[in-house]
Design a protein around this ligand. Structure first.
Ligand code: ATP
Length: 853
């Protein structure tokens, strides 16, 4: 490995044919062809064959295979063929679904993949980190993820956290100076940055020296495991359920086999019963329904500006009971406009205005002002009144700087003005005023008095109470143009500037939705408590009797006191990221599921700690996006509520689909059990049940997972996250519906039995199949169809028609008769099937209508 830290940066730049302007686009393209994309190699993905074979590892499928073999020995060759055809078809579908789900995950992942800022053709551009090439000049700023290894060529107080490589959690200071020596450890290569480190402070230009697997992290990384998404809690609990179910099925099969033998039924017939039962009981479509629902749900959410980075979070979303949101940009528009200013002494007015553009990281390009809205507002205000913006920048160039960070809440720059090195600082008034010891009064600088402070504090308070964001400005003459954080005190006060940032139009409605849905919205902001309270009142977060507390008040409360007050606090102001972690932790201790937004460099730990960490797609730092489980592509609070509604909907759809599948299976089991106990012939052939379970039952189940969110979804309190999906109430509902379907099936069976066993079995099969298709309409929701709206979910109508068409084909098409063990039916029998099958659904609907009233 070349020791880049030893080389002068000019030499390195020329070796890479690059410069302070970066590469040209053409050079970058060529380099990309030569070095490939800047990605770590991913774990080898499973091939189709491997996935296909894995489908047979399922215990339920093994039971089916055994059933197929048994029916071969019972001389039922058609059944065997159909069973095996079905098993293979099922495995193919499983394989296709696996790759589809993977693809949709991948596209979600690519939506949330990190970006990097590079100079190309001398222009600053944001590109996907994967397209960074050796020779690129990358701009690093606080909050960025370092996209590749590189040598620092220009450094402004850069601090980087390299724990991914060195295990060291503390940030280290970086430099652009050459480092002498051989074999210097990575942690000591202070003029180098390494891929996947986090920039916690400052700014730098970096020449990329290696990318992809050539980077240090690429060398040590055991292959990136991106393919295996952990199973969601729901999937895990369904897996467990399936296991228990399989054991139960085997036990009941043995029981039925025993009963049949006891009744001195021939062994082969007894086996047929057991096989039918096994096939009836296995919910083949169960696990794929969950996968399909999650895939459909997350892609819908992405279209509605919420990208789910972690699939597990989708279920958690539905349980969210507290949403902690940033103010600026999430609840407000992040469109700042300067509306007012204050100076203690009118002679300082010009200096205040000058400071507002010099101590400023925004810039002007053509007609637009670029940068953070707080900064651009100051530039725009200056340019409205003056024409000499560019002249001033040229006249007083920046000599040094201390960038803004939300812990310090200050930003400073140094400029040569005449003989003097002038330090200009802007920041939160309460913070900056503490560092001020002089003031200009009638053109003369004198020590500041407590009365002066009170006057300024009042001015600040009056701006803040109008919901304005206030910045204070101060200046100080330095001995040299070098600056460190120790220099940030002993200032002379300049003035205050106030700006508005109106709430987003949707915020108030979204907050009202939160309350209705049993979710507590909380504002957490770095801004002043009066500003925050004014905005929070406007959008309804801060209600009468609610509290607004500041970070320093939080520091004075112990956990117990804070826990007591927690439910009443709606606004936290002037907080630091550490406070956020504490607030999340305490809410969680009270048994809540907490969603928290974050955009800053230091928000990552709080985002990870929250149940649902939410990052801002537009203004958020790469670090925060990396830590989050969801990304808002429009930075909008209202999107969170929409996502919660979607999360709730996905869960309830999955639950409804599961209820549908299990109640249908229950009906199959009970019918077989009944016939076995009563010494009647087998009501279904294995093929019948497979046809229902795999084909006609999957259609309504998929339709149910497409059910659009009902209006009432946000009128109920959040679900208890610890509650299992299969509650006793849910199970008893499944059994009741199953019994209704069983009765209908048996009535048809008895009608058929007056002719012969084959007709009876055909009628039982057709009634159960059609009955379950009708039942698909019940499964769409808790309410009656009148309430749900019959046409609201066109898929459910389509599913019914397609399923009924397939059934008609099997019943009425002579070539299929033998394959599906179908006896020919007359008109009366067909009518009986129709009537029997629809009765359970009519009863369920009637019950719901009465209950609704
Ligand atoms: P939120 O956490 O809701 O996004 P915020 O954007 O107000 O709130 P910070 O960005 O941490 O929070 O800002 C905290 C305070 O720092 C602001 O109230 C303001 O007084 C000051 N401040 C913000 N931006 C700047 C800046 N660019 N330069 C100097 N001071 C700033």
């Amino acid at each position: 490995m070349k020791e880049f830290y030893k080389c002068p940066s000019a030499q390195l730049l020329s070796e890479y044919d690059s410069g302070f302007q970066g590469l040209t686009r053409q050079q970058a393209e060529q380099a990309l062809k030569r070095f490939g994309e800047n990605r770590l190699q991913e774990e080898k993905k499973k091939g189709p064959l491997q996935v296909f074979i894995e489908q047979f590892k399922d215990l339920l499928v093994i039971i089916l295979i055994v059933a197929g073999i048994i029916s071969m020995f019972t001389g039922n060759l058609e059944s065997t063929i159909v069973i095996f055809a079905v098993i293979i078809l099922n495995a193919i579908l499983g394989t296709v679904q696996h790759f589809k789900a993977e693809k949709s995950l991948e596209s979600l992942r690519s939506l949330s993949s990190p970006n990097a800022k590079v100079l190309r053709d001398g222009e600053r551009q944001e590109i996907p980190s994967a397209l960074v090439v050796p020779g690129d000049v990358v701009v690093l700023e606080a909050g960025d993820l370092v996209p590749a290894d590189g040598r620092i060529i220009e450094c402004h107080s850069l601090q980087v956290q390299e724990s991914a490589l060195t295990g060291e959690a503390e940030s280290v200071d970086k430099t652009e100076e050459i480092i002498e020596g051989d074999h210097i450890a990575l942690g000591d290569q202070k003029n180098m940055v390494f891929s996947s480190s986090l920039v916690t402070y400052g700014r730098a230009l970096v020449l990329v020296t290696s990318t992809g697997m050539d980077t240090e992290i690429g060398r040590i990384a055991t292959l990136m495991n991106t393919t295996q998404e952990r199973r969601t809690p729901l999937q895990v609990s369904l897996d467990n359920f399936s296991k228990k179910l399989s054991i139960l099925i085997l036990a009941v099969c043995a029981l039925v086999f025993g009963i049949s033998l006891f009744r001195q039924m021939p062994v082969l017939d007894s086996l047929m019963f057991a096989v039918a039962l096994a096939v009836a009981a296995i919910p083949e479509a169960l696990s794929s329904i969950v996968t399909i629902s999650l895939a459909i749900g997350t892609s819908k959410m992405a279209k509605e500006h919420a990208i789910m980075k972690k699939l597990q979070a989708v279920e958690g979303l539905g349980c969210v009971s507290v949403i902690c949101s940033d103010k600026t940009g999430t609840l407000t528009q992040n469109r700042m406009t300067v509306t007012d200013s204050y100076v203690f002494d009118p002679s300082q007015s010009d200096r205040l205005q000058l400071a507002s553009i010099l101590c400023n990281d925004g810039s002007v390009s053509g007609d637009s002002t670029l940068g953070d809205p707080t900064e651009t507002a100051l530039i725009d205000a200056y340019r409205l009144a003056h024409t000499d913006y560019f002249d001033m920048l040229k006249q007083y160039p920046r000599q040094a700087e201390l960038p803004f960070d939300s812990d310090r809440k200050l930003m400073s720059t140094v400029h040569q003005i005449g003989q003097d090195c002038l330090l200009l600082t802007k920041g939160a008034p309460d913070v900056l005023l503490q560092r001020v010891d002089h003031i200009t009064d009638q053109g003369i600088v004198r020590p500041i008095t407590d009365e002066d402070r009170e006057v300024i504090r009042k001015a600040n308070q009056s701006f803040s109470e109008q919901g304005l964001r206030v910045l204070a400005f101060a200046q100080k003459i330095l001995n040299s143009c070098e600056v460190s954080q120790e220099s940030e005190n002993g200032y002379t006060f300049l003035g205050l500037v106030a700006m508005v940032d109106p709430p987003r139009a949707e915020s108030a409605q979204a907050v009202a939705d939160c309350y209705r849905a049993g979710i507590k919205p909380i504002m957490i902001t770095g801004d002043h408590v009066a500003t925050a309270s004014a905005i929070a009142k406007k959008i309804g977060i801060l209600k009468d009797g609610d509290l607004a507390v500041t970070g320093s008040e939080l520091d004075q409360m112990d956990d117990e006191t804070l826990s007591h007050k927690l439910p009443h606090i709606s606004v936290y102001a002037r907080v630091s990221p550490e406070h956020k972690i504490r607030i999340v932790g305490l809410w969680q201790k009270l048994g809540n599921v907490v969603a928290m937004t974050g955009d800053g460099v230091n928000d990552a730990p709080a985002l990870k700690k929250a149940d649902i960490g939410i990052a801002m797609g537009i203004t958020g730092t790469e670090v925060s996006k990396d830590a989050a489980s969801m990304i808002l592509t429009d930075d909008n609070f209202a999107t969170i509520i929409k996502a919660v509604a979607n999360g709730r909907n996905i869960y309830s759809n999955i639950k409804n689909a599961i209820g549908f599948l299990l109640s249908g299976n229950t009906a199959g089991i009970l019918a077989v059990l009944f016939c076995s106990l009563m010494g009647l012939p087998v009501p279904f052939a294995a093929v019948h049940l497979l046809f229902i379970n795999l084909l006609t039952d999957s259609l309504p189940a998929i339709a149910v997972s497409m059910e659009p969110p009902a209006k009432e979804l946000l009128h109920e309190p959040p679900r208890d996250s610890k509650e299992s999906i299969l509650t006793s109430q849910f199970l008893s509902q499944i059994v009741t519906q199953g019994i209704l379907l069983t009765i209908a099936t048996l009535v048809a069976f008895y009608l058929g039995l007056t002719v012969n066993a084959a007709t009876a079995s055909t009628m039982a099969f057709a009634t159960l199949c059609l009955g379950r298709l009708w039942h698909g309409f019940n499964a769409r929701g808790k309410g009656s169809l009148v309430k749900l709206g019959f046409f609201k979910n066109p898929y459910s109508i389509g599913a019914f028609c397609l399923g009924a068409g397939l059934l008609a084909l099997v019943l009425l098409c002579p070539p299929l008769e033998r394959l599906f063990s179908i006896a020919p039916l007359n008109g009366f029998q067909l009518l009986a099937i129709l009537v029997c099958s629809i009765v359970p659904t009519l009863l369920i609907q009637l019950f719901r209508i009465i209950r609704g009233k």
